[in-house]
Design a protein around this ligand. Structure first.
Ligand code: UD1
Ligand code: UDP
Length: 355
């Protein structure tokens, strides 16, 4: 089979790392990098650290308004697909790069495989929700990482081509955990174990709404102890543009590579985040998580008691932190995201569909 993988944003590089390696054992894959993320610490570092093959096509679209960004990607991906004539187009998650890849393929009648299908927040104001709903509805195969995702698709009438697999982010974590831990032994951990709280904030709903961003910062100021904040460039820009002050207990660092990030997660006392991927990784490491959003697609992390939704409300954030500090942690019963073989399951399903 010949597969064109379309990616462009940080979490997609991490998701692609295990699947690309598995695909290339038996098939031809070419990678199209849209250029949605382009800073070294948002893109190249992942290709280097995770051994992802160099992209065959780099569209260099960069940062733009949604329409312009998605439109330029669509044009660029279409050109590649016309030239390459692949059997499949593979897309990941819910970014503008995902939607552009899926739309370009759908118009050319090329089957689409969507990894991380079926996730829903039921909040159509999120750009991610629009991207994932549209992508699922033009996909031939929808790889769902959770039972909830399968149910969500079924509620929209999508049952054919829906396959429950493990989660490729768990594949990546299991595969690289040892390397990350070895690095910490070699280089000494930057912060002593469990001496800090790890935080990430980048979602549009938090950064583009100054009240919410200020609410999160106010909560950080009230939390006892050091908070380490690898800062997404989007958030950095908004904090600078609006001259917002970072509290003294918050150490802002540049975005970090994957190996450093998963180690920072593992050794954190707990995690504050609005990231999708980081919520899951917190669960996989058995580190409690406070999610700075009003809803989550990863509902099972909340149902098991390892994740608390607080929105951007300072009182609720501080209360969730106090609860984790003062009450025993819930029992850890199950690995919700598979045993690290999602990539193999996905490739096998694509092969079977092709016949
Ligand atoms: C995108 C995804 C989001 C995902 C996130 C992962 C969409 C609509 N959103 O959000 O779902 O959670 O990636 O990190 O696709 N910037 C830089 N350097 C970079 C990249 C971005 O400075 O390498 C800055 C620019 O100011 C840019 C802003 O970040 O305007 C936002 O980047 P963009 O890719 O549009 O959206 P993200 O917020 O990164
Ligand atoms: N991540 C990273 N360095 C950072 C922040 C995040 O390597 O400084 C990783 C994180 O471990 C996870 C993924 O990026 O695997 C999550 O991506 P992000 O939070 O950008 O997007 P989301 O998952 O919310 O779409």
């Amino acid at each position: 089979m010949k597969i064109i993988t379309v990616l462009g944003a940080r979490p997609q590089f991490i998701k692609a790392a295990p699947l690309s390696a598995t695909l290339r054992k038996r098939h031809e894959e070419k990678i199209v990098h849209t250029g949605q993320h382009y800073d070294y610490q948002m893109s190249d570092v992942f290709f280097e650290e995770l051994g992802i093959p160099k992209p065959d096509y780099f569209l260099g679209v960069g940062s733009k308004q949604h329409g312009a960004q998605t439109g330029e990607m669509l044009t660029g991906v279409e050109e590649v697909l016309l030239k390459e004539k692949p059997d499949w187009v593979l897309v990941y998650g819910d970014t503008n790069s995902t939607l552009a890849g899926a739309l370009a393929a759908a118009k050319l009648h090329i089957p689409i495989a969507h990894v991380e299908a079926g996730l829903r927040s039921y909040n159509r104001k999120m750009p991610e929700e629009v991207n994932r709903v549209l992508t699922d509805h033009v996909s031939t195969l929808m790889f769902c990482p959770t039972d909830q995702a399968v149910k969500n698709l079924s509620l929209e009438g999508l049952t054919k081509g829906v396959i429950r697999t493990g989660d490729v982010m768990a594949d990546a974590l299991y595969y690289h955990a040892r390397r990350a831990e070895e690095r910490s032994l070699a280089e000494n951990l930057r912060y002593p174990k469990k001496s800090y709280v790890l935080a990430t904030v980048h979602r549009a709903e938090n950064t583009d709404n100054l009240n919410r961003l200020q609410g999160i910062i106010n909560a950080f100021a009230q939390i006892e102890g050091q908070i380490v904040l690898p800062l997404h460039p989007r958030t950095k820009k908004l904090l600078n543009d609006h001259h917002m002050t970072i509290p003294k207990n918050v150490e802002v660092i540049e975005p970090v590579g994957y190996l450093e990030m998963i180690l920072l997660e593992k050794e954190a006392e707990f995690i504050l985040t609005d990231s999708g991927g980081v919520q899951k990784e917190a669960y996989l490491w058995q580190v409690p998580c406070v999610t700075l959003r009003d809803e989550t697609e990863w509902v099972e992390t909340v149902n098991t008691g390892w994740n608390t939704l607080t929105g951007a409300n300072p009182e609720q954030i501080v209360e969730a932190v106090m609860n984790y500090r003062n009450k025993p942690l819930p029992p850890y019963r199950e690995n919700l995201y598979g045993n690290g073989r999602a990539s193999e399951e996905i490739v096998a399903a694509m092969e079977e569909k092709r016949g």
